[in-house]
Write a protein that binds this ligand. Structure first.
Ligand code: ZN
Length: 459
C-alpha cells in the first residue's frame, strides 16, 4: 500500500486542497534537500550531454529497517512500473520507457529509521556495499542504468542525483519520475522572480525561484508533463514538432501535454535579441490557468555552469525557467509559487523581448477545445523579417486596397509595432517594407476610426 504523502517537499501536490494551517506548516518547512549530498556519489562527469536513449534500466532495491519494512511490495512495484511507463509513454510521444529490474530480496538494514535519519552516511554505506555485492557498481552502473532504492520513511524526503534515486516512504509514480529526472541529470524546473521585471539580470540569489515551474513535473507541477526544455533534453520531440520562430507572422501552437499528439508544432523556440538565451513556448490546455494563453520558459539563463553559486557538475547545464508574464501580481505570496500561478501570456497581451529580439502577442485560443486539437494563436514580430507563410490577414489586406489609400474620404496612417510612425505608406506600390504595422484608417469627415488594428504586410 502506498501511504499518503507524509511530509516534506512533495506535500505540494496537495497544496490546492490544503487548509490554511496545513499551508503554514508547509511554508514553515526548511528548504527541502533536493539532491543527494555531493560525495554520496563519487561519479561526477563535468560535461553532461542530453540523455537521448530511448529507455533507462532502473535497478530497484527494497530496504527494510529494523523497525519498519519497505512500503513497496511486489504488486505495488508492478503498479508503479506500469503507471510510470504510462506517463513516460504519453509525455514522450511513445519515445521513452523505464525498464524496472527488481532485486529479488529486500536488504535488511540492522538499525532503526531514527538511527539512519541521524546517520545518513551509514545509510549510504549500507546501500553502496549491498548493491556492490550484487555485482553492480553503485557509483557507475552504466550510461543508461540508474539505481532506485526504496526504504521506509525516515525523515528524509526522496532525493536523487546521477545515478541514484533514494526514495524514503511511499510516494506516487510522478515523484519517482521527478527523481528519475534528477538521476538522469536534470535540475529543477524553476521560476524567475525578478520583482517588477519579467527577466532580471541573472542574479541567482534574488531571482531563482526553486521548483517555481508550477506547471511541470521538475518544478512543483507534480503530475504534469515535463516542460519543453526538458522534453527536448530527452529528444522527445520530432524535428517538425518544434517550430523555430525566425520570421514575422501569425502562428498556431498546439499542446504537447496531451495523451495524443495530433498537430504540429507543439513547441516553439525563439532566441533573445542578445543571442544569449532561448525562449521556449508551450501551450497547456488541460489546466484552466494556462489554457487561455501561452507559457514562456527561458533556457540558458542562470546556467548550471562553473561560477554559478550552486554549480553541480553532476547535472546538465541548462535550467528551465518559467517566466511570469504578470510579475509581482502576488507581491506577498503565501507560498513560493503563488506569483507564478498567472504566468501565462494571455489573449490580447504582448510580450516584448527585453533584448529587442521580438514581440509576441496572443491573438486567441481554440476556445472550448481543451484537448490535442486545442491551439493558441500568436502574432510574432521579428524586426527585419517578413512573413514566409503569413497566412495573410486577408481581411486586413483588403482594407489596404489602393482605392482606400487614394480615397479623399479616408485618412490612413501607420506605425510599426515599436511605435515609430511610417509616413507615405502605400503597400500597393511597395513603398513600405514588410512587417507588422498598426494601421489606422479614419473617416476624414466624421473623424470616426474605421480600422485601428495590426496587420502584417508582405510583398
Ligand atoms: Zn527535485
Amino acid at each position: 500500500m502506498i501511504k499518503a504523502f507524509i511530509s516534506g517537499l512533495f506535500c505540494i501536490t496537495l497544496l490546492f486542497h490544503l487548509t490554511a494551517a496545513e499551508q503554514r506548516g508547509i511554508n514553515n518547512l526548511p528548504t527541502p534537500p533536493a539532491f543527494l549530498p555531493a560525495g554520496a556519489v563519487t561519479r561526477s562527469p563535468s560535461n553532461i550531454p542530453p540523455y537521448k536513449a530511448d529507455s533507462v534500466i532502473v535497478l530497484v532495491y527494497r530496504i527494510n529497517f529494523s523497525d519498519k519494512d519497505c512500503p513497496y511490495d511486489e504488486p505495488e512495484l508492478n503498479k508503479i512500473h506500469d503507471t510510470t511507463n504510462q506517463m513516460y509513454h504519453e509525455w514522450s510521444g511513445g519515445k521513452f520507457r523505464a525498464i524496472f529490474k527488481v532485486h529479488p530480496q529486500a536488504f535488511n538494514a540492522p538499525n532503526t529509521s531514527d538511527y539512519y535519519y541521524a546517520n545518513w552516511g551509514e545509510y549510504v554505506d549500507f546501500c553502496e556495499s549491498n548493491i556492490n555485492n550484487t555485482g553492480v557498481n553503485f557509483d557507475d552502473p552504466g550510461v543508461t542504468t540508474r539505481i532506485l532504492t526504496l526504504a521506509p520513511e525516515f525523515g528524509f524526503n526522496s532525493s536523487a542525483a546521477p545515478p541514484w534515486v533514494s526514495i524514503a516512504g511511499g510516494y506516487e509514480p510522478w515523484v519517482i519520475i521527478h527523481e528519475m529526472g534528477h538521476a538522469l541529470a536534470l535540475l529543477h524546473a524553476n521560476g524567475l522572480e525578478a520583482e517588477e521585471q519579467i527577466i532580471g539580470v541573472e542574479d541567482y540569489e534574488k531571482e531563482n525561484m526553486e521548483y517555481g515551474n508550477v506547471y511541470g513535473n521538475m518544478g512543483i507541477g507534480y503530475n504534469l508533463d515535463y516542460g519543453p526544455v526538458y522534453k527536448d533534453y530527452f529528444g522527445w520531440f520530432e524535428p517538425d514538432e518544434v517550430k523555430k520562430l525566425t520570421s514575422t507572422g501569425v502562428y498556431k501552437l498546439y499542446p504537447h501535454d496531451q495523451a495524443v499528439r495530433a498537430h504540429t508544432p507543439i513547441a516553439m523556440t525563439i532566441p533573445s535579441g542578445n543571442g544569449k538565451y532561448t525562449y521556449w513556448l508551450e501551450y497547456r490546455p488541460e489546466d484552466q490557468e494556462t489554457r487561455e494563453g501561452v507559457l514562456f520558459h527561458l533556457a540558458g539563463y542562470l546556467n548550471n555552469s562553473p561560477g554559478h553559486p550552486r554549480y553541480d557538475a553532476r547535472f546538465w547545464d541548462t535550467v528551465s525557467y518559467l517566466l511570469d508574464m504578470t510579475p509581482n501580481s502576488e507581491p506577498n505570496p503565501q507560498w513560493w509559487g503563488d506569483d507564478m500561478k498567472d504566468a501565462a501570456l494571455t489573449i490580447g497581451n504582448t510580450f516584448e523581448d527585453p533584448f529587442d529580439g521580438f514581440y509576441i502577442k496572443v491573438l486567441g485560443v481554440n476556445n472550448g477545445v481543451w484537448d490535442e486539437n486545442g491551439w493558441v494563436e500568436l502574432e510574432v514580430y521579428i524586426p527585419n523579417t517578413y512573413a514566409v507563410s503569413p497566412e495573410p490577414d486577408k481581411k486586413s489586406f483588403k482594407l489596404l486596397l489602393p482605392e482606400l489609400f487614394h480615397n479623399e474620404q479616408y485618412d490612413v496612417s501607420a506605425f510599426n509595432v515599436l511605435g515609430k510612425s511610417v509616413t507615405g505608406i502605400d503597400p500597393y506600390h511597395n513603398k513600405v517594407s514588410e512587417g507588422l504595422y498598426i494601421i489606422k484608417i479614419t473617416d476624414k469627415k466624421s473623424g470616426e476610426a474605421i480600422v485601428n488594428k495590426k496587420v502584417i504586410l508582405s510583398r
